[in-house]
Write a protein that binds this ligand. Structure first.
Ligand code: XBP
Ligand code: MG
Length: 242
């Protein structure tokens, strides 16, 4: 049983379920120090780098920006070095999350529980690594967090990152639902473009790292989900159809 036409909610992770990017930024900087690189990503630098989805992709993008000699590096050695840095970063991020550095944004857990109680399906569509999702959800929801989700798409399932719609198209396929029966929740313009390209109406909850992004085409932009109920989502979804 679901509420009228709305049958599933599909959530982005970073910046939507939780304000994670400060913890990601700190973890990147930890990894750079671990490998002896004198790189330090400040908030200003990271704000710009967030235009690039995916941690490994972001490191490579930055490396091209700061080191003209990168072209001379052996491609395999470069890939290995980035993989090593990203593994150190992911371990540091997990430790930070397990230490309580990140909590779910207002209204997220209540809306999820309300949706499940009404018979809707829940899904996750993110560009982040599976280990990061598990750390966040285990800490915020508990060891059985996966039982709440019918479909989980991430960097391992969808290597073509947002704004490409791959991860959202995967989720619609697994949910066996048309886009019109779902709503997506995002925080960034890359995320909005990915969800929209998959045909999904999208609710945006900006955060300090994405407040300047262009959210035209979103169904709704709200500060957070603290006042968003299932009834309101159905109202917005129906108004979006008009
Ligand atoms: C946002 C991202 C991720 C994170 C870092 O993901 O772009 O890359 O910044 O995570 P989302 P990784 O789609 O959830 O907003 O280092 O694991 O890539
Ligand atoms: Mg996001």
């Amino acid at each position: 049983m679901a509420t009228g036409a709305l049958q599933a909610l599909i959530f982005d992770v970073d910046g939507t379920l939780a304000d994670t990017e400060s913890a990601h930024m700190a973890a990147f900087n930890h990894a750079f120090a671990e490998v002896g690189f004198d790189w330090v990503w400040t908030e200003d630098v990271y704000l710009g780098l967030l235009e690039i989805s995916g941690g490994k992709e972001r490191i490579l993008h930055y490396w091209h920006q700061v080191d003209p000699n990168i072209k001379a590096l052996d491609a395999h050695a470069l890939t290995d070095q980035i993989a090593r840095m990203h593994a150190l970063k992911t371990a540091a991020y997990e430790a930070a999350v397990n230490g309580g550095a990140v909590s779910l944004r207002p209204g997220v857990l209540r809306l999820m529980e309300e949706a499940l109680a009404a018979g809707l399906q829940l899904s996750i569509a993110t560009t982040t690594s599976p280990a990061n999702i598990a750390a966040l959800m285990r800490h915020a929801v508990g060891p059985d967090w996966r039982l709440k989700f019918s479909a989980i798409g991430d960097a391992a399932t969808a290597p073509i990152k947002k704004p490409d719609p791959q991860v959202y198209l995967q989720m619609l396929d697994v949910l066996k639902l048309p886009p019109a029966a779902c709503l997506a929740f995002e925080d960034s313009s890359n995320g909005l473009r990915a969800a929209t390209a998959a045909g999904l109406a999208t609710i945006i909850t900006p955060n300090p790292f994405t407040a300047h992004h262009d959210f035209s085409g979103a169904l709704k932009v709200v500060p957070d989900l603290s006042h968003v109920t299932l009834a309101l989502l159905c109202e917005w979804q129906n108004s979006g159809r008009v």
